[in-house]
Design a protein around this ligand. Sequence first.
Ligand SMILES: NC(=O)c1ccc[n+]([C@@H]2O[C@H](COP(=O)([O-])OP(=O)(O)OC[C@H]3O[C@@H](n4cnc5c(N)ncnc54)[C@H](O)[C@@H]3O)[C@@H](O)[C@H]2O)c1
Length: 345
Amino acid sequence: MNRGTIGFGIVGCGMISSWHADAILKIQGARLIGITDVNEKAVADFANKYHVKAFSSIDELLKNDEVNVVCICTPSGLHAPLAIKAASAGKHVIVEKPMAINRNEAEEVVRACETNGVKLAVISQLRFTDAVSKLKNAVDKGMLGRLVSGDIYMKYHRSQEYYDKGGWRGTWKMDGGGALLNQGIHGVDLLQYIMGPVKSVFAYTRTLTRKIEVEDTAAAVLEFRSGALGVIQATTSTYPGSPRKLEICGDRGTIALEEDNIVNWVIEGQESLNREITVRTTSSAFMDPKSISIEGHVRQIGDMVNAIQLDRRPLVDEYEGKKTVEIIMAIYESSKSGKQVEIGI
Ligand SMILES: NC(=O)c1ccc[n+]([C@@H]2O[C@H](COP(=O)([O-])OP(=O)(O)OC[C@H]3O[C@@H](n4cnc5c(N)ncnc54)[C@H](O)[C@@H]3O)[C@@H](O)[C@H]2O)c1
């Protein structure tokens, strides 16, 4: 058991890197050692702000013995190659979502972690909210009875300027997908976490309003291995965007979340909790990508620190990251072929 300080290095100093750096600063037993980016000015500014080392390249960062965990915060198309590189250097990895932009790369990441005996966490911060923990606990205890449906609605707004900035967003090569693989992935991960494995999908994806290569709108119908059915709606083209909604229904109860709030909790034979529900809007990420709370990153990076110290798996490991990539790739395949796509076990 290692109870010493865990050193972190960050690759990619763009928007989301501050969530990682600020989260690391808040976690007991974690220390930010340094950062790197292909943009020298971004590295210098970041290093000055956080008083950490400015590494000239990822190779330099990986050579540093104080760095135990590498946070990958680059455009999505680089996640898998950089995760494999970090794992091959013997470092634990925290990779922003998506873990990879196709099935083969997801498989290669899993193999690299297995071969090198390192831990990997895929950022999926919504799993760490109190509302999701309560929902998951209720479902796992069978409080909703037999699961009937699991639906996620992520009707977001992302402007054309959002896609044009940075040059990588909305491209197949570096974003790997659009409304689903970039934004909707959070909801897809929650669905499979709570409802269990997906058996098959039938889907439509379209590019309706934005000048991008990838989809800005997707609608999918799912069958879970349990026999329950589900719906995924993901878009970045609506105005002004609506709060994320997740609804899980069984033959004995229904629980619904809006953003990070429980907005409906009714279980047969029990007094409804709805009178006690007070809705606090904690996030408006559906309209503004910068409005995500830091708490999820603090909890998830804290989970990784604890996983290393206790030598256990982090909650969202490489196998979990791969499942979500597989569901989204099946959705793309179904839209392309016009056919239902089965997902292998
Ligand atoms: N968890 C979340 O809620 C959340 C929110 C936003 C973004 N993200 C994810 O974070 C990732 C980054 O998004 P962003 O909005 O910060 O992007 P960004 O464009 O603001 O930043 C990306 C950074 O990576 C750097 N970079 C590019 N190639 C590099 C390389 N080869 N080596 C090192 N650095 C390199 C760029 O110079 C840039 O500074 C994306 O994959 C995105 O999906 C996750």
